[in-house]
Ligand binder design. Structure first.
Ligand code: GGG
Length: 333
């Protein structure tokens, strides 16, 4: 690989355990992908407290220029703070990272069952997450707008189709609630069906409540799911249980020409600073960049195989620190 084509990664540890798991992921990624160039940047609540914005303009520029970022975690306060925007929501919006790819697969030893292999594609920019909340009725009524557009629904469908063709996936489940929300979810469902018409892929649809039951009772029946923002957020956390829990759940926020990988877990303030956070979700998120953004299937596979070897190794139950798990994965590469 020459220097011109060497992949570049903007690393943003963020808050809490992000500061611990992201250096671990960078150590594994730089070992698996030798020419990887690292650029450091900042975002999160800590950044807001320091400089007054959660995502400085330089951070957005750095991710855009690298084309790929790895973000740790953010801890936003649960009350409104003037001028503060959740760092991850801001980056998804500002970088137009419209697809959130969340693969869930069974891992040896830690997964409750061994037959799960699905990808959840969550629309990442609309729905209730546009954050249009307002008071009415003199403060006695709170209203949130749920926005669905044809444009965003068509492009998430197109991204899903490309991903399925690339990964040789054959069955799509559209998850919605069009019986109660016929305009918004009807538009989403019909747009996805339009893109998949004639694509040679089996397309089924499920109401989100039925999908939730099936996620619990028959997770092996899912191949690829595409859904709106909030449904995808909730369903993918539930699905993560089958992949061994949030400590192993990876994700990729993906737009056109730019992507930001992040572990699904948050900043875990209860264990932050103790050196005991599981770095595997962050490491597997890095592997998603290798596979989907840099086209380095072999590098992604090396990382995932090293994780699997660590999980099956007899010493895994004794690996109780971030450092010990990271060393074991590095040794298995
Ligand atoms: N790595 C994903 C993450 O940090 N999740 C926590 C999260 O999204 N929290 C919402 C927020 O703090 O804004």
């Amino acid at each position: 690989m020459n220097r011109i084509t060497a992949p570049q990664l903007c690393v943003i540890p963020g808050d809490g355990i992000g500061q611990e798991v992201i250096p671990a992921a960078v150590a594994v990624l730089t070992a698996a992908i030798p020419h990887l160039q690292i650029v450091m940047a900042e975002a999160g609540w800590g950044t807001f407290e320091k400089v007054g914005v959660s995502v400085p303009e330089e951070t957005l520029t750095a991710v855009r220029e690298c084309g790929a970022g790895l973000f740790g975690a953010v801890s936003s306060p649960s009350h409104k703070v003037a001028g503060y925007r959740s760092a991850i929501l801001a980056m998804r919006q500002e970088l137009d990272l419209y697809a959130n790819i969340r693969p869930v697969q069974s891992w040896p030893r830690v997964s409750p069952r061994l037959d799960v292999d699905m990808i959840i594609v969550r629309e990442n920019t609309e729905g209730l997450y546009v954050g249009r909340e307002r008071w009415e009725d003199g403060g006695d009524t709170a209203v949130a707008e749920r926005l669905i557009t044809r444009r965003a629904s068509l492009r998430i469908a197109q991204k899903t189709l490309e991903l399925m063709q690339r990964q040789n996936r054959h069955k799509l489940t559209i998850v919605h609630k069009a019986n109660v929300l016929p305009l918004t979810d009807g538009l989403f469902r019909d747009s996805v069906r339009e893109v998949f018409a004639g694509a040679g892929i089996t397309v089924e649809e499920l109401l989100v409540d039925v999908a939730a039951l099936k996620m619990v009772a028959a997770p092996e029946s899912f191949d690829v799911i595409v859904t709106t923002n909030l449904f995808g957020d909730i369903l993918s956390d539930a699905a993560a249980h089958w992949g061994g829990g949030l400590g192993l759940a990876a994700s990729l926020n993906w737009g056109d020409g730019v992507a930001l990988a992040e572990p699904v877990h948050g900043s875990a303030p209860d264990i932050a600073g103790k050196g005991v956070a599981n770095p595997i979700a962050a490491i597997l998120s890095g592997a998603l960049l290798a596979r989907y953004v840099w086209g380095l299937e072999e590098g992604a596979g090396r990382v995932e195989t090293a994780v699997a070897r660590t999980l099956v190794h007899e010493t895994y139950p004794q690996l109780t620190t971030t450092q010990a798990i990271t060393h074991s994965i590095l040794a298995s590469l």
